[in-house]
Ligand binder design. Structure first.
Ligand SMILES: [Zn+2]
Length: 296
């Protein structure tokens, strides 16, 4: 963990629970793509920068999940570097309580305010204002979170954040966080059109061909949609649906998984509802979900 790996002439990444990108824009200047999962990650990144004699020009946050912005505060406090992302992600980077509040759908109880779901605040600016290195490109990766972005370095290396997860993660957890299923499918289609030297997902091994992993992620999403259509063959209320999903995929519920998987399942239900496959109706003061069209 936390070793610096060279991916191309000026592109590197640091192995950590969520991979951190490093782009060397000149002999002594570097940019970071995400900052790891916590303060300790920030400290380890700073050590690597010091060892290499590199100056940190800025941090690009692909999105605001705590495991991608956890090193922000320490690095910004110590190195006074600017941080850039998209406006909705910046809202969370600057006000981290928005993450557990959003996931839970109300004021989060204490167990949801752990560092796993809530980072410490840092000051962020709109990525459109960043004076990025020549040839670096930013592109939208909708679906996983509000306004997630990816970064293409001038070495033709793509950092694609949480747009796809590894087969190991998918076969263990089955349900990866998804905010907007329709945007997610579009992102998967988009990834298949890219030609790069290397693709670096935050939670999977780097690969020269991203297409097989895109297909695995797409298939898993479709599997879950079909599962929901089956579960809702008879009317179900939300907690019952969530229980069925945890049982079906042998998941272990705790407060964090309740909100992460729960939020994702709500997004899946919205997608199915908007596609005309499921309807939501109220009876006896329950909101029920019922399948109206059992195939996708
Ligand atoms: Zn992540």
């Amino acid at each position: 963990m936390y070793e610096l790996i060279q991916a191309a002439e000026n592109t590197f990444y640091i192995n950590s629970p969520s991979k951190i990108g490093v782009y060397r824009s000149s002999a002594e200047n570097v940019w970071l793509i995400d900052s790891g999962n916590d303060k300790d990650a920030g400290r380890k990144i700073q050590k690597i920068l010091d060892q290499q004699g590199w100056k940190l020009m800025g941090i690009i946050n692909t999105h605001s999940n705590a495991d991608h912005i956890g090193g922000n505060t320490l690095l910004q406090d110590r190195l006074n570097c600017p941080i850039y992302s998209t406006p909705m992600e910046n809202a969370v980077i600057e006000n981290p309580i928005l993450e557990p509040s959003f996931l839970y759908g109300g004021y989060p109880f204490q167990k949801l305010k752990s560092k796993f779901l809530m980072a410490t605040p840092s000051k962020a600016q709109n990525i459109s204002l960043a004076n990025l290195p020549d040839g670096m490109e930013i592109f939208p990766l909708g679906g996983h979170f509000w306004q997630m972005i990816g970064v293409k370095t001038p070495d033709n290396v793509y950092f694609i954040a949480d747009s796809v997860f590894s087969e190991t993660i998918l076969s263990k957890y089955h349900i990866s966080f998804n905010y907007d299923v329709s945007a997610y499918f579009k992102t998967l289609d988009f990834l298949e059109t890219l030609e790069g030297t290397l693709f670096i997902p935050a939670h999977a091994e780097p690969t020269a061909d991203i297409r097989p992993l895109v297909e695995t992620n797409r298939a898993k999403t479709i599997e879950i949609l079909n599962e929901l259509l089956q579960i809702c063959a008879s009317p179900k209320f939300f907690e019952d649906i969530l229980h069925n999903i945890f049982e079906k995929f042998s998941l272990t519920m705790d407060p964090a998984q309740y909100v992460l998987v729960g939020s994702t399942i709500r997004s899946y239900l919205s997608y199915l509802c908007d596609m005309g496959k499921i309807e939501a109706f109220v009876e006896n003061n329950y909101l029920f979900w019922k399948t109206t069209e059992p195939s996708l």
